[in-house]
Design a protein around this ligand. Sequence first.
Ligand code: 13P
Length: 255
Amino acid sequence: MKKMLIAGNWKMNTNVVQSKKLCEDLLVGLTQMNSLKSKVLVCPPFTNIQIVSDTLKNSVILYGAQNCYYEPQGAFTGEISIPMLSHLGCTYIIIGHSERRAYFSETDEAINKKVIAILNSGITPIMCIGETLEERQSNSTFSVLERQLTIGLNNITPDKISDIVIAYEPVWAIGTGIAATTEQVHEAHTWIRNYLTEKFGQFGQSVILLYGGSLNSENADTLLKLDDVNGGLIGGASLKPDVFLSIIKTAESII
Ligand code: 13P
């Protein structure tokens, strides 16, 4: 059976009330689907994790965070630690999102420290990688992916690699309404799978690979059907319950 993870990255959207409503709408929609085979995840802003946890209690929807700091506690004003997120019941943490790389100067080295600290806590890191338009146009897509994977996964042993989710998110497809084409996603995901298998052997085969970037109810079927695509990391469309539910339905029909 194909593994499928449909993850919503709510980014800096929703307040406490809106987060609660969004969860309630998703729960209503999901009761109409029986025995979910896909994993469904939502990643709200930090301030809304508690209400999301309360609202999703005993449900099939998982929740996680959009970032973290790698030190467990201390004088790091404004940061949120992994133990804090673990205490709230987060089971996934997104790291290395291109918005964090671009606007908050996150480096591959810092992302690697986060991957290791998250793994040590028993939470699943979702490590985002992807090239900018400029990098694609200058034919450096695969050297960028190689750098991001090599540094981001430094010191990860083969037995740990399948505890990490990798999200391929071409920067030019994020929030633009222009998703990567089937060929582009196929090419990138095959390349990533080969990289992982070369480096980690058979363990690389079982890593969950997500696609992100303008994924919606129209393109989900074609993209999620691709061999090395095990789900999506969804921004804008995850804020619309109907659209997010329809993507989940599509994933269910593919498994
Ligand atoms: P969009 O789905 O809004 O393009 O965002 C994708 C993304 O960045 C998910 O992390």
